[in-house]
Design a protein around this ligand. Structure first.
Ligand code: SAM
Length: 245
């Protein structure tokens, strides 16, 4: 997969060189480039923002540098379209989820447009939508200062779903949200720690009982903490719900 990130703070994206994304780059699984939007400005001050039409507080990102940046990193090919998917982090976008990450993981080329100030001139998105897929994505119902943190989150969630990215692909299968449930609690050695014991069933070696216990725990957690994730009747069918303590 090819990923391009456009930002006025490219240094913010430095974590992409670390840990698994860095290793995936080294292995050639991921090809990531970070671009400074100001490289596509032509004035002495490298201006990327201006006052909003209609008045109001704050500044808006100008369309010209964004237009040139997208022409360069997501060029139009056959049929007048670009093969890239443009991901625009914004609090006005659709909520990000594991399902959205899995969908984005099927694309060959993602381009992230990291907004700042009051956001990007709407015409940039409208114009891009006429030539490529555009996904406006929100991390949640709160406001960040810029799209860089959101881009890091989306890239990490997408990259770990790429075939060959994770050492142990099985660990992906049982994770929270993969099957619409939160993950069961996990334990490691020692079996007793500060007076707290690992549940007996996990020491039993009985794989059937362990799987049943984990499923029950996942259902119970989901019912107690995130009943919105599954239909309540479905959860109630599977497990007798204790009231939250
Ligand atoms: N004026 C905008 C609004 O009210 O929707 C908020 C702009 S915010 C200060 C600047 C940038 O941060 C946005 O353009 C977007 O890229 C990013 N951002 C802020 N909150 C976000 C969120 N919840 N999800 C994704 N991106 C976010």
């Amino acid at each position: 997969m090819r990923i391009d990130v456009i930002s006025i703070f490219p240094a913010y994206l430095a974590p992409l060189d670390l840990s698994l994304p860095g290793k995936a780059r080294d292995k050639g699984l991921l090809d990531i480039a970070v671009h400074d939007l100001r490289d596509w400005t032509h004035d002495r001050h490298h201006t990327v923002d201006d006052t909003p039409y209609g008045g109001g507080a704050g500044m808006v990102m100008k369309p010209e540098p964004w237009g040139e940046a997208l022409d360069a990193v997501a060029p139009v090919v056959a049929g007048g379209r670009s093969a890239a998917t443009l991901v625009v982090p914004t609090p006005s976008g659709l909520p990000f989820s594991q399902q959205v990450a899995a969908d984005l993981a099927t694309r060959d080329h993602l381009v992230f447009a990291c907004g700042r100030y009051e956001g990007i001139d709407q015409r940039v998105l409208d114009h891009a939508a006429s030539r490529m897929e555009v996904r406006e994505i929100s991390l949640g119902d709160y406001v960040l200062n810029g799209g860089e943190v959101a881009a890091l989150v989306v890239i990490e969630a997408v990259a770990r779903l790429l075939p060959g990215f994770m050492g142990n692909a099985e660990s992906l299968v049982e994770e929270s949200h993969q099957d619409g449930l939160l993950e069961y609690p996990v334990y490691t050695k020692p079996a007793a720690w500060r007076g707290l014991e690992v549940p007996d069933v996990l020491l039993s070696g009985d794989h059937g009982r362990i799987a049943a216990w984990r499923r029950e725990q996942a259902l119970r957690r989901t019912a107690e903490r995130r009943p919105d994730l599954r239909h309540p009747a479905e959860l109630l069918d599977d497990v007798e719900i204790r009231p939250a303590e």
